[in-house]
Ligand binder design. Structure first.
Ligand code: ZN
Length: 338
């Protein structure tokens, strides 16, 4: 939210600055740290989804200049996924909210924090008031558009204090999804640091980084490619699986490797053993990235007949081979000689 202030109205400027500053005071980082340590020990909370997996963490480094800080964690899951209260508490808000679809906020007075659940379904059943118990069903994830987002996911925030401690406007507003200042200065915690990370969450941070071992200018042959016998998904260590099957000379293949065969892609696909159809897709990276949002990149051979609902990031020779991405996969992996 931006406040547009005309310079000619000096008095208005002063009044607004006073109003904003009292609601937006920085929260002492020592107090935040101390409170976080206490919360970790209480073990009061669970995650809002059964398969919670924060692909978009609370910002760890500053965003590019002029962009806002993400004040919560996002976990992508299909529309209709049940959403649970993370701990005992009282619903202090349940209603439509700009950019969120349906929004629920639960105050947890014992722990002196509140939890925020965004992008919930407006049309399905949801809890609208009253006390909740840890693990109680409160809502369902929205279809992307209904929830004010392109892809269905939960925006899950955890904040020091109770909802009524914060104003309804400005950088400290109680429903903020993004902040101008660093989120911790506004009382927002990193939920998974409080609730506890699994090994796969920690590994995920390695997977979403850009790979540095992709060399595009090189001489490769179709015989340099191999397909793993095992099937894997985006949350597994594909490099380790490739090493296990083929040794250290191989790495995950990249879209760039395949692009060097774009003029004779049919021959290449036949020679590596890529069969047509989405069920025969092979996991790869795209320009060094394995993951887009929460989705693993993969190639599919369609012989120019791409299904309508297939979202192709890129394609070779009028959809002979396409680059797609999805989560929850179980596919063979394409490896290439380094
Ligand atoms: Zn978010």
């Amino acid at each position: 939210m931006h406040l547009f202030i005309r310079k000619s109205h000096g008095l208005v400027v002063i009044v607004l600055v006073i109003l904003c500053s009292c609601g937006n005071h920085d929260i002492d980082s020592a107090i935040m740290r101390e409170h976080a340590e206490k919360l970790k020990k209480t073990n009061s909370f669970r995650y809002p989804l059964d398969n919670y997996f924060p692909e978009t963490p609370v910002i760890e480094t500053d965003p590019p200049k002029g962009e806002l800080h993400h004040a919560a964690e996002d976990s992508f899951a299909p529309a209709g996924t049940p959403v649970y209260a993370i701990g005992d508490g009282i619903i202090s808000y349940s209603g439509s909210a700009k950019g969120y679809g349906w929004l629920i906020i639960i105050d947890h007075p014992v722990e002196n924090v509140y939890s925020l659940y965004g992008h919930l379904s407006t049309s399905r059943w949801k809890k609208t008031s009253g006390n909740v118990k840890k693990g109680e069903l409160i809502a369902y994830l929205a279809e992307g558009e209904e929830g004010g987002t392109m892809f269905s996911h939960i925006h899950f925030g955890l904040r020091m204090g109770q909802r009524s401690d914060y104003p309804g406007w400005g950088d400290s507003r109680w429903m903020a999804g993004y902040t101008n200042s660093r989120p911790e200065l506004r009382g927002w915690f990193s939920p998974s640091q409080i609730i506890g990370q699994t090994d796969s969450m920690r590994n995920w941070h390695r997977y979403i980084r850009k790979r540095e071992d992709i060399v595009s200018e090189r001489n490769i042959h179709a015989s340099d490619f191999k397909i793993t016998s095992g099937k894997y998904n985006e949350r597994e260590d594909l490099d380790q699986m490739i090493r296990k099957e083929f040794g250290d000379q191989y790495r995950l293949a990249d879209w760039k490797d395949i692009m060097s065969f774009s003029t004779n892609i049919e021959e290449w696909a036949d020679s590596i053993g890529l069969n047509s159809g989405e069920e025969n897709s092979l996991l790869i990276s795209n320009d060094g990235y394995r993951i887009w949002l929460s989705r693993q990149y993969y190639i599919s051979r369609f012989n120019h007949k791409k299904p309508r609902d297939f979202l192709a990031h890129r394609a070779i020779k009028n959809n002979f081979v396409c680059l797609g991405s999805w989560f929850g996969l179980n596919n063979h992996v394409l490896a290439v000689k380094k």
